[in-house]
Design a protein around this ligand. Structure first.
Ligand SMILES: Nc1ncnc2c1ncn2[C@@H]1O[C@H](COP(=O)(O)OP(=O)(O)OP(=O)(O)O)[C@@H](O)[C@H]1O
Length: 268
């Protein structure tokens, strides 16, 4: 399907977003999907999905429920193998060079990690050990992610007793422990109340100052609040890749309308 934003519009906005001083680093591709497909029997959960995310971008990966967002993210992270195509993180092919890619990548899976009996501190120590962090480096990294994710008030409570907002931030802290420069976050605000959403978005904004982020969501307000660029997927296929304003234009000034037009979803 043709991409609605004109190349001229996209190029102009891209230029205005990036200052000349960071334009060189912005050319580095950090996340790359090349013809990714995933078949379950005859059913295609993702079909020929290609896109790239450059260093420093915060891109929303938008689509209705069941569109194939999680499946694509799992292929990008090397968690499942594609049926066709390949994925690269910071230039590393996630099938045959996955360990090197994983060092650069923090992944928050859908629903976050579930270690209900552990405390956030215990979980972070466990993952720090698993990642080979030791001594003062281990302590410093744990302190740093507790600070970034605002977890200091809950580090000794069992994760099972925490609110969903804190659970998501605990999941985020684990994804950040090894200082990755690429983050893939699968619906980090799903199921949260408005205050919790504010907290998680604040954390993501802080992170976006230094990291490249791909963030999945099916909420249009999330796209408006967080991202400059949006990739829209429907029934496993990419149907839009461009800036938020271009998407709005597709819907004659209304993002909801654009979503409905491009995904065939009817209201009500
Ligand atoms: N292991 C599997 N076996 C069969 N079908 C699957 C499998 N995993 C996902 N699917 C199907 O693939 C489609 C895409 O699922 P996926 O979880 O990627 O969607 P999503 O966009 O993340 O949706 P949501 O927003 O609801 O999480 C859905 O129809 C889902 O039922």
């Amino acid at each position: 399907m043709a991409e609605p934003a004109s190349q001229t519009d996209s190029a102009a906005i891209e230029l205005s977003k990036k200052s000349s001083s960071d334009s060189r680093s912005a050319e580095t591709t950090m996340i790359e999907a090349v013809g990714l497909s995933k078949f379950y029997g005859p059913f295609a959960a993702a079909r020929d999905v290609s896109f790239s995310v450059k260093k420093g971008e915060l891109v929303a990966f938008l689509g209705p429920n069941g569109a194939g967002k999680s499946t694509t993210m799992k292929m990008l992270t090397g968690y499942i193998a594609p049926s066709e195509g390949h994925a690269k993180i910071a230039g590393h092919n996630m099938m045959d060079d996955r360990i090197a890619g994983s060092h650069r990548l923090g992944y928050l899976p859908e629903n976050g990690p579930l270690y209900p009996e552990m405390t956030p501190l215990g979980m972070l120590e466990f993952f720090a050990d698993a990642r080979g962090l030791a001594g003062s480096k281990k302590k410093d990294q744990i302190d740093k992610v507790i600070d970034i994710c605002d977890l200091s008030s809950v580090i000794y409570k069992p994760i099972s007793k925490l609110s969903k907002g804190f659970k998501q931030r605990v999941g985020m802290s684990q994804a950040l422990l090894h200082e990755p420069d690429v983050l893939i976050l699968d619906e980090p605000t799903a199921g949260l109340d408005p205050n919790q959403i504010r907290g998680v978005r604040r954390t993501m904004r802080k992170l976006s100052e230094t990291k490249t982020i791909l963030l999945s969501t099916h909420i249009l307000q999330e796209v408006e609040a967080m991202a400059d660029r949006v990739i829209l997927i429907n029934e496993g296929r990419k149907v839009y890749d461009g800036d938020v304003e271009g998407l709005r234009t597709t819907g004659h000034g209304d993002l909801n309308e654009a979503f409905h037009e491009l995904t065939g979803q009817k209201e009500g």
